[in-house]
Structures are given as structure tokens and as C-alpha cells.
Design a protein around this ligand. Structure first.
Ligand SMILES: Nc1ncnc2c1ncn2[C@@H]1O[C@H](COP(=O)(O)OP(=O)(O)O)[C@@H](O)[C@H]1O
Ligand SMILES: [Mg+2]
Length: 343
């Protein structure tokens, strides 16, 4: 296949996106595919730029400063991208971007207009999954349990009555735990809301669920083995997510069969509730009482070899290059179905 990996993006998760791209590119080239790399903020990368940006495929411990990248990405999406032969002539575009327009559906809408198949979900599913408030309403309607929440503004007394303390305060459309705070009492609420509001106008105040954290990948319409995440910090924060050794991940999670099946079924229900496509990863908390709460669905989950979805795939006997190829095939088949329908 001719594949263009669309990487980077103008978001704090830019470094994460390049780290994933480095490994996706190596895996797909290793399988004999023709692979180009396109930075969504600057176009086709030369071999030298590829070497510099993709580097060793590691992520620093701090998110990227976005600065003027956003402006350049806007220019690329509004015309540059469609003019690139590497994009137009690709059989599949492999998306390795996180957050921002790439995860929120804007990039997907542009690619639909260009008419080249791309991996993962379409504009609608991407936008819904990105918006934790809307996603949780749809999960709840589909019977997937979620933690109780308010959107700001909310009075501290209402939090005390309806949610209790502690709470999690986070931007509704965020990622990588950026702008998220665990707030132990009413005194800390304002400051946490101000921080989250730096990343999104919509801020969520959510019931804190103590207990265990698990994640379920969905590939095509099959849930993968459940994984458990045991971070070194209290929360699965940016540093724990991207620094090797800062969290322990267990695949398959040590859970009884009933709970495992239940989680896999809920992940698939969540994936369908948001009309996601291709693949996704759904995150849950398990309370000490044994209740399940869905936190979110990730439409472009991390794709370094040590990321959670690749680990889940490996537990199902699917190695990393195989996973990358399957994700491409799912995209191509969907593209072909779309074309057959005339859309
Ligand atoms: N309601 C909650 N209760 C307990 N922990 C939470 C809650 N919400 C978020 N967290 C912690 O913060 C992490 C990131 O939150 P999440 O909602 O998945 O947002 P992001 O899009 O940033 O990954 C979770 O993996 C979990 O460790
Ligand atoms: Mg998450």
C-alpha cells in the first residue's frame, strides 16, 4: 500500500504524535509499504526532517508549547494538504495526531472532502469522543455507566451535595491529563477550574472514582483483552503516560471472567454509541465496590509500541506491524464502502 502518515499537529501532544509516527512508519516500511510522513503543520517531511522530528520515538516529560504552529496548521488544512501528491495519491492516510483538530474531527472532515481514506473515526465520532460532556450523555443513554458530573459554572455547595469530594476537574475537550486536577475540597475548586479553562471553555467537574483503572481497545468491531494501568502517581498523568517506568501496565488485567466480559461489552457499546470507526480505546475506573465507570473513549489512542492499544493487541496475538496493517485495512475497506455508496 501507499501510505501517508499524517503526524504532529498543533497541540500540546505534538511530541506524543511524532513518537507514535516514528514507530508506525518503521513498522509499515518493515512490511514493505511505501510510506511518506506529512506534518500537518508544514507538509511532506524530507528524510532529514523525518530523522529530526521522529527522532528516537520518545516523548519528553512536558507537553509541547503550541505557539505559531496553529496558524501554520490552519494554512495546511485549508489548502496545502489537498495539493500534496503524497496525500492525494495515498491508498490510506494513517493519522498520528492527538488532540486539537486531528482528534476533534476537523482534520477528518477536510480529508473527507479530499476523498482519501484515513484511519480511525470520521468527523462526527471524533468530535463526540473529544467532547467528554456529550460523550458521557451518549454513553449513559446507551447503558454505559459514567461518573456523575456538572459542567461549570457550578456552585461548591452543589458539588458537595450531588457529587461529594474529592472531584476531578478537567477540560471537556482535552487529553493526556493536561489541565486536569484532583480537587479535595471546595477551597481548591476555583483554581482548578481556571486551570482547565486555559484548555477549553467547557470545564467538567466530575465525581472522583477511587479504585482501579482499566482500558479496553476496540479493533474493527472486536474488543481486545482488558488492560490495567497502575500509575506511580495518584492519577494517570502526563508524566506517567509517557515516561517509561512511571506506570505499570498489565495485559490481560487480573480480573474475573465475568467482569472482563462486561468491560469488553461496555467498551464495544461505548464505541458504537459515539459511532466510532476503525479502532478506539475506552477507559474505565473500577470502584472498590466493584462498580464500573466509563471515563472516555479515545479515537486516536497512543500508538508507540509500548502504548496501551498496541499492548492490548499483543495480548490478543497481534504484533505491532500487524496492528498497523489491520488499522490501514479497516480504513481502506471503509473508504471502499463509502465510494460504493457514492459518498
Ligand atoms: N472521575 C475520575 N475519577 C478518578 N480518576 C479520574 C477521573 N477522571 C480522570 N481521572 C484520572 O485522570 C486520567 C485522565 O482523565 P481522562 O478523563 O481519561 O482524560 P484525558 O483525555 O486527559 O485522558 C485518567 O486516566 C484517570 O487516571
Ligand atoms: Mg484518558
Amino acid at each position: 500500500m501507499r501510505i501517508a502518515v499524517l503526524a504532529g499537529g498543533a497541540t500540546p501532544e505534538r511530541a506524543v504524535a511524532f513518537a507514535g509516527a516514528a514507530q508506525i512508519v518503521a513498522a509499515l516500511r518493515g512490511r514493505g509499504h511505501t510510506v511518506h510522513v506529512v506534518d500537518t503543520t508544514q507538509g511532506l517531511l524530507s528524510q532529514v526532517e523525518e530523522g529530526r522530528l521522529l527522532g528516537g520515538g520518545t516523548v519528553g516529560s512536558e507537553p509541547t508549547e503550541v505557539g505559531e504552529l496553529a496558524e501554520r496548521e490552519r494554512a495546511m488544512l485549508s489548502n496545502g494538504l489537498a495539493d500534496l501528491p503524497a496525500v492525494r495519491e495515498a491508498d490510506v492516510l494513517f493519522l498520528s495526531v492527538h488532540g486539537g483538530s486531528g482528534e476533534g474531527g476537523t482534520l477528518q472532515a477536510v480529508l473527507d472532502v479530499i476523498g482519501v481514506p484515513y484511519t480511525g473515526s470520521g468527523p462526527l465520532g471524533s468530535a463526540l469522543a473529544m467532547d467528554k460532556d456529550l460523550a458521557k450523555r451518549l454513553f449513559r443513554a446507551a447503558g454505559v455507566p459514567v461518573p456523575a458530573w456538572f459542567m461549570t459554572p457550578v456552585a461548591p455547595e452543589d458539588v458537595t451535595t450531588a457529587l461529594g469530594w474529592p472531584v476531578i476537574v478537567k477540560p471537556s475537550r482535552g487529553g493526556s491529563t493536561i489541565g486536569l486536577t484532583l480537587v479535595k475540597n471546595a477551597k481548591g475548586l476555583d483554581q482548578a477550574v481556571t486551570l482547565a479553562a486555559r484548555y477549553d471553555d467547557d470545564v467538567m467537574v466530575e465525581q472522583f472514582i477511587p479504585g482501579r483503572e482499566v482500558t479496553v481497545g476496540v479493533l474493527g468491531d472486536v474488543p481486545l483483552p482488558v488492560g490495567e494501568i497502575i500509575p506511580k502517581h495518584e492519577l494517570f498523568d502526563y508524566e506517567c503516560k509517557y515516561t517509561p517506568g512511571m506506570s505499570e501496565e498489565v495485559f490481560p488485567a487480573r480480573l474475573d471472567t465475568t467482569l472482563t466480559r462486561q468491560l469488553q461489552e461496555l467498551a464495544l457499546t461505548a464505541h458504537r454509541a459515539l459511532k466510532l470507526g476503525g479502532y478506539s480505546r475506552v477507559d474505565f475506573r473500577l470502584s472498590p465496590e466493584g462498580d464500573i465507570f466509563c471515563l472516555e473513549a479515545n479515537t486516536l489512542p497512543g500508538m508507540t509500541r509500548t502504548s496501551l492499544l498496541p499492548q492490548a493487541a499483543r495480548a490478543a496475538g497481534i504484533d505491532f506491524p500487524d496492528l498497523c496493517e489491520r488499522i490501514c485495512r479497516l480504513a481502506r475497506n471503509r473508504g471502499a464502502e463509502g465510494a460504493a455508496r457514492g459518498g
